[in-house]
Design a protein around this ligand. Structure first.
Ligand code: NAD
Length: 427
């Protein structure tokens, strides 16, 4: 009988609550044990602490992660960081300073310089930290990537990601950091591309990554147009084209400025076949010779699978975590270069934006007329929405050598937003 892996969780609300639910279930199966948890508003989570049975499970509860680590660091195998993006780096620093690895929620950070510091700090931990991109552990994904690497489908010619994930206006007011570019001088950069849909962007780089199974493609050049329809500081709609170091091009069209059902589709175009992967849906392989293979990707609990696999890594049963901080670098660089390329975040023309009230949910959505067509035109034909009626200049073609412009670009975007808000208030 192996000993349960000992865990601490920073936070209790938001997605931290989902980690508590998962860890409580895994504790019943003897896989893990929750040693401690903290939250600056711990009193607000009294009912949750009861539901999670913190008392009988003998969980230490703290107001802050620092005293929690001071009291419990000798009893911890890993600490989960499911907190606001801009707090990840300081929490990861404090945890790895004590030699403890972390399960850092995605995105680890959206600032490539900060990511470099986190990668360096991680070398102090006993084992590598995990970044919580949900879908790399999927068995069906790993099996398909093996087939890609074996050359069965021929060389990768390109790929597209389409993801329309409606978010109501309340999503952006649920905490102090949603949709923000910068807080107190620190990069946040919360967006559909950098946060909620980042899993799928990371997945696309995973498909194109070689030579090993756990490889992510390096980005060589990026062009992007960033837009907003919600009243937020950052962008809620991204059109991005990335030339990879391998020579092929990926296109991404993502938005939170929509209503109705969420859709997402990862497509990989190869010499001999086109692969379409829908999480929780269907995997389709359309061969150029006319054959089509279809299988279900099957039900998948990303959080549970990631905790189980990370415990297996910490027990020495598998050689590496699904995504390390270093593996996240291509995603963070791509996100940062998309901002540098776009230069500005442009408001989607007002006559295209309508406001929709979902009476059942009691929530307000925005909807952009022609969005699905703009996505299709971009992904299939390379037509940029700016030139097709959304009225903006093209994004610059930028390369990793332009990353030095990243912080200045983000500061300028935040300043432009403030100036527009002031002008709006004055007018
Ligand atoms: N893997 C996934 O599918 C998934 C889904 C949703 C969110 N996330 C990620 O989880 C993270 C948190 O997102 P969220 O929307 O739940 O954020 P949130 O703002 O709701 O915060 C989460 C928790 O952090 C706590 N917290 C805030 N400041 C703290 C501090 N100083 N010390 C300790 N705890 C603190 C909050 O009280 C809350 O309990 C983000 O990185 C997000 O991208 C991942």
């Amino acid at each position: 009988m192996t000993q349960p892996i000992r865990i601490g969780i920073v936070g209790m609300g938001g997605f931290a609550g989902s980690h508590h639910n998962t860890v409580a279930r895994l504790e019943e199966r003897g896989i893990v044990r929750l040693v401690c948890a903290c939250d600056p508003r711990r009193a607000a989570f009294g009912a949750e602490q009861q539901a999670w049975r913190f008392g009988p499970r003998n969980v230490g509860v703290f107001d802050d992660y620092r005293p929690m680590l001071e009291a419990c660091h000798g009893d911890l195998d890993y600490v989960v960081i499911p907190t606001p993006i801009q707090l990840h780096a300081e929490m990861h620093d404090a945890i790895t300073f004590l030699g403890i690895p972390a399960y850092v929620e995605k995105p680890p950070t959206l600032d490539y310089v900060e990511l470099g510091r986190m990668i360096a700090a991680d070398s102090r931990a006993r084992r590598s930290s995990l970044v919580g991109f949900n879908y790399i552990v999927e068995k069906s994904r790993l099996a398909l990537k093996e087939r890609l690497l074996s050359g069965e489908f021929g060389a990768i010619r390109g790929g597209t990601l389409s993801a329309l994930w409606p978010r109501p206006s309340s999503y952006f007011t649920r905490n102090g950091w949603s949709g923000r570019l910068v807080i107190d001088g620190q990069v946040v950069l919360d967006s559909c591309f950098g946060n909620a849909i980042s899993h799928f962007v990371h997945n696309m780089l995973f498909w194109a990554g070689a030579p090993g199974l756990y490889s992510w493609a390096q980005v060589a050049a990026v062009r992007a147009e960033l837009y907003r329809a919600h009243a937020i500081e950052g962008a809620d709609t991204f059109f991005v084209e990335a030339d990879l170091a391998t020579g092929c091009t990926l296109r991404f069209a993502l938005s939170h400025a929509c209503a109705g059902a969420s859709t997402s589709s990862e497509t990989v175009i190869c010499e001999k076949a086109v692969l379409r992967y829908a999480v929780g849906g269907q995997i389709e392989i359309a061969w150029k010779d006319g054959r089509t293979e279809r299988t279900a990707s099957g039900p998948f609990d990303g959080l549970e699978e990631n905790h189980i696999e990370y415990c297996r890594y910490l027990r020495g049963e598998i050689p590496r975590p699904a995504t390390t901080l270093e593996d996240s670098r291509p995603f963070v660089v791509l996100n940062d270069l998309a901002h540098v390329s776009s230069g500005t975040i442009v408001a989607i023309p007002a006559q295209l934006v309508s406001h929709e009230r979902d009476e059942k949910e009691q929530k307000d959505y925005v909807s952009v007329s022609g969005l699905a067509k703009a996505v299709d035109n971009f992904l299939s034909r390379g037509v940029w929405p700016g030139e097709a009626g959304w009225r903006r200049d093209k994004g610059d073609v930028v390369t990793p050598s332009d990353l030095g412009r990243f912080h200045g670009t983000v500061r300028a975007m935040a300043a432009a937003n403030k100036a527009a808000a002031r002008a709006g208030a004055a007018g």
